[in-house]
Design a protein around this ligand. Sequence first.
Ligand SMILES: [Ca+2]
Length: 349
Amino acid sequence: MPLSSRWKADLFSFLLAGFALLTTSIAPTAAHAADATVHTLIIDTDPGADDVIALLFAMAAPERLKIQALTTVAGNVPLAKTSRNARLAREWAKRPDIPVYAGAPRPLLRTPIYAADVHGSEGITGVKVFEPKQPLAEGNAVDYLIRTLRAAPEKSVTLAMLGPETNLALALTQAPDITRGLRELVLMGGAHFNGGNITPTAEFNVFADPHAAEIVLKSGVPITMLPLDVTHKILTSPDRIAKLRGIGNQAGKTVADILDAYVQHDMQYYGLPGGPVHDATVIAYLLQPSLFKGKQVNVEVDSREGLGFGQTVMDWYGGLKRPANVNWIAEGDAPGFFDLLTQRISRLP
Ligand SMILES: [Ca+2]
């Protein structure tokens, strides 16, 4: 082989190897087998229109997600409304077996903020809200978390977190030993490549209680985060919403009505062709992790006053050489997500 073409061949194989490295560094988060994992699950939530869709989605998968309780926190709207909305979702899914515990009425340190401009003053868009029949469970969500995680077998409980992380931060502060019972935290929160949605740098859940997020991120429990980087790649379309409505059951109509109203704000604000369904990606991840791709990285929260308040400082390239504490999800299969959501919602009343 002439020297120049030998050199070209070497360069080519060098580039190929580099490409292989690049493509494996952002690997599918789990083998296909993880798509059959059965989770003992607690869902911590601040409903919230996308929370309600996530809750319906989760309650439609009883053979995979053994939901022990819903725990509520102030966030998108004040606690009385997030708790009412969680109970509404439970009533719509006809799952009276799942207790709902109300938790923290405000963040640890910062002034409470809400997101009524996105979720409406009742916290659910596009549908009529009412007082559900079944009341809250007795006792506080933080006590429930401590009691349940202490009694649980080691690494047995998955906690899905769809709102500000105040409840778990309080529980971890009072009872650090509860990490033993946790298998994994899967949370919607943070932003890096996408930029923020409540400030240019911060995502709402982290911004609403950055001090709580700091405690959770330093807990040592395995964490998967679904940030705006991925949720803004999984967007509704008129056709996707029509398929949900076309199921013909009440739940499909409810989800479609909520989405039709909910996505308007984001489509207008960001100029997107559809809207993200943030919290529902957490449930999709639990049911079918092979739909997502992520990377183990170091994530810390900026809790200093200023323009970076509530920002997740995510070290994608490992420049800080700090230990990885988060599986940061950066990619997701949008058609796969909507197929899974539609399949599951079709199983509800
Ligand atoms: Ca939420």
